[in-house]
Design a protein around this ligand. Structure first.
Ligand SMILES: [Zn+2]
Length: 117
């Protein structure tokens, strides 16, 4: 695994990202990391059951693209590719919405952990 150093937006110290997973309710899984200096919680991404199913489907669609001229005509290939692009965009939007939800929820949970200032 590659070491990934980042600078914390809050305390400006550098640290190495160590991704952790948290299970939320309704099958929501959050991947996050924490700044070891100020304990700021960074949410990387969030998936739920539906998103994971959609990601599986996108993967299958990608694999089914086949090869132009042999298994697929160019038109057919283009159509699948366009469909896949739209579908991936849908997944991204869903992840974004879910991430916002989880972050907002986390802020409500945190009981005065913003003691740095
Ligand atoms: Zn920090």
């Amino acid at each position: 695994m590659i070491k990934q150093m980042v600078r914390c937006d809050y305390c400006e110290e550098e640290f190495e990202i160590f991704p952790l997973e948290k299970q939320h309710k309704k099958g929501v899984v959050e991947t996050y990391f924490v700044c070891p200096h100020c304990n700021h919680h960074y949410t990387s991404f969030v998936t739920d059951e539906k998103i994971r199913t959609m990601q599986q489907r996108a993967k299958r669609m990608f694999e089914s693209l086949g090869v132009i001229g042999t298994t697929r005509s160019i038109d057919e290939y283009d159509a699948t590719w366009k469909e896949l692009k739209v579908f991936r965009e849908e997944i991204r939007n869903r992840i974004r919405t879910l991430k916002e939800e989880v972050i907002n929820e986390g802020e409500m949970e945190s009981d005065g952990s913003k003691e740095s200032k």
